[in-house]
Design a protein around this ligand. Structure first.
Ligand code: PGA
Ligand code: MG
Length: 237
């Protein structure tokens, strides 16, 4: 399944790096509530989930700037940014996880990966202060040896830095690691790190079809990802 031009027989996959929003959890309703509460602080009218779905995936700073840009020019965005971020963080933390749900197959997929001896990391562009309590609340925290948020390291996805950090933490070559995500952001980070990448079609890909994103395969659930990795490892040396 995962092929590497320089190797006749592929190396086994030893670890999986999994994205959070749009891959394990449908968090769009949380974003929707928090963003509209933030807009309410400025007297701005609510926007739709669909609009917000196009803006998420590149971290909070990017999201807040995109939302402010609906009403304001660049100078207006800069002027309001700090207040908007403070409002947003307060509102998001107050409802974090309340409107979010696990996607089908997440728990079964993670259980299968664990059973197969794979090491697991979560790399999200969500701020770590949001990600940590959310993983705990949804019963996901214990699966992951390592969790990096969008503000844990100097650079976030699509930069390869957080993925390369996980490889270093696990003492693995990137070619022994597969990333799973819902967006081109995840795929680009994985490609640049030299990791394999699988994508899921049900998340938020900046309004683009996932088929347009370069990856090693599209999987309909984490269960299917676990099955693919298992069959890859059967054929590996
Ligand atoms: O908070 C975001 O922008 C998206 O986070 P993700 O990396 O978990 O998809
Ligand atoms: Mg995502």
């Amino acid at each position: 399944m995962f092929t590497n031009a320089t190797q006749s027989k592929p190396a086994p996959i030893r670890a999986v790096i999994i994205d959070l929003d749009g891959t394990m959890l449908d968090t769009l309703p949380d974003f929707h509530v928090a963003i509209n509460a933030m807009r309410g602080e400025f007297g701005d009218a609510p926007i739709t989930q669909q609009q917000i779905g196009l803006m998420i995936g590149k971290g909070s700073d990017n999201l807040i700037r995109a939302v402010l840009a609906l009403e304001h020019d660049a100078a207006g965005v800069d002027q309001r940014f700090a207040d908007a971020m403070a409002f947003y963080q307060r509102h998001y933390l107050a409802i974090n996880g309340k409107h979010s749900a696990l996607y089908d197959g997440v728990i079964d997929g993670l259980d299968a990966m664990k059973k197969d001896g794979l090491r697991l990391a979560c790399v999200t562009n969500k701020p770590i202060a949001f990600a940590t309590p959310l993983l705990a609340q949804k019963g996901l925290a214990h699966y992951f040896e390592v969790v990096y948020g969008g503000d844990s390291l100097p650079r976030k996805k699509p930069d390869p830095m957080p993925l390369l950090q996980v490889c270093a933490d696990f003492d693995l070559a990137p070619s022994q690691v597969v990333a799973i995500g819902d967006s081109s952001n995840d795929a680009e980070a994985a490609r640049r790190a030299g990791c394999f990448v699988l994508t899921v079609p049900y998340g938020y890909n900046h309004g683009q079809a996932i088929h347009e994103t370069d990856s090693d395969g599209i999987v309909t659930s984490l269960v299917e990802a676990a099955t693919l990795i298992r069959s890859h490892n059967r054929n590996a040396h």
